[in-house]
Design a binder for this molecule. Structure first.
Ligand code: ZN
Length: 288
């Protein structure tokens, strides 16, 4: 057999054709273009610019992916503790409005502050404006607040305390028992916030009584929700008696300033817990 015959024999022709087809499939774009054509026709048509509609879907998908990705690469949101720490750093327990007075932290003596009479009761002059603003705001909401107590000096607090002890002794309790019960109802002298001029007892014309039901009446609910806007906190909340060591008193509000009041309200704290948080932030142990 001559060389020509070998070259054009059927077997060789078949092999050459196979190699050509494989070459086209592997090394050219023709099959890709062809499959795109099929794909595009399956995706029913092209847009006004002549691009296959399926390209839109691919673009939308890629936008979604980049959006997800951008969320993940943004600055990580600060965790709750970091936010709290930053906020708590602004408070200074040496400030006049952040003084803690309770049975564990008594005053050394009557404190001296400039008093000013508000609706028949003395208060620290520095809380007068906010107190008045709170009463006026309540009135605009249809709530007629009424002052029930303000500043008390040492003698007044001693009188109220001893009167309460006598009352429970008359009911048959021993001196020790009567003293313990009385101190839940009336704070002993030098441990009452009323001696700072920063605490007020507030009731209303519709509920003119300092009892736990005041917390459920319109005025009690309004004060609970709005007092922080004027720098006051509900000082002895329900369910926190083990911390404050004072019964629930929905009528007793303490001025601490707007920033502290908002922080305490938002975080649902007692003033004792707030002071502990600030001390912890400043590296002061709770016992100090
Ligand atoms: Zn009070």
């Amino acid at each position: 057999m001559s060389f020509k015959k070998i070259l054009f024999s059927k077997k060789i022709k078949f092999s050459v054709a196979t190699v050509l087809v494989l070459f086209v499939l592997l090394f050219t774009d023709i099959p890709v273009g062809f499959s795109n054509l099929i794909f595009a026709s399956q995706m029913s048509g092209v847009d006004e610019e002549g691009r296959p509609l399926y390209m839109h879907e691919l673009e939308e998908e890629s936008v979604d992916v980049s959006e997800d990705y951008s969320i993940n690469t943004n600055d990580e949101p600060e965790d709750f503790e970091t936010v709290i720490s930053k906020r708590i750093s602004i408070f200074n327990l040496e400030d006049w409005n952040l003084i803690l007075v309770n049975k564990d932290n008594p005053l050394e003596a009557d404190i001296e502050c400039k008093l000013r009479n508000y609706n028949g009761f003395d208060v620290d002059d520095r809380i007068y404006e906010e107190l008045d603003a709170m009463f006026k705001a309540a009135k605009e909401d249809g709530i007629n607040l009424l002052m029930a107590s303000g500043y008390r000096n040492f003698n007044t607090q001693t009188y109220l305390y001893e009167k309460k002890i006598s009352y429970f002794k008359r009911l048959g309790y021993s001196q020790a028992e009567a003293t313990e019960i009385a101190s839940m109802k009336v704070t002993p002298p030098l441990t009452s916030e009323h001696e700072t001029g920063l605490a007020v007892d507030i009731v209303s014309y519709n509920h003119n009584c300092t009892d736990s039901d005041f917390g459920n009446c319109d005025a009690g609910i309004w004060l609970k929700e709005h007092s922080f806007e004027y720098g006051f906190i509900l000082r002895y909340p329900e369910g926190k008696e083990d911390i404050t060591k004072i019964q629930y008193e929905p009528w007793h509000f303490r001025y601490v300033g707007k920033e502290a009041a908002e922080f305490i309200y938002i975080n649902d704290l007692t003033f004792e817990e707030f002071v502990n948080m600030v001390n912890e932030y400043n590296g002061v142990s709770a016992e100090e």
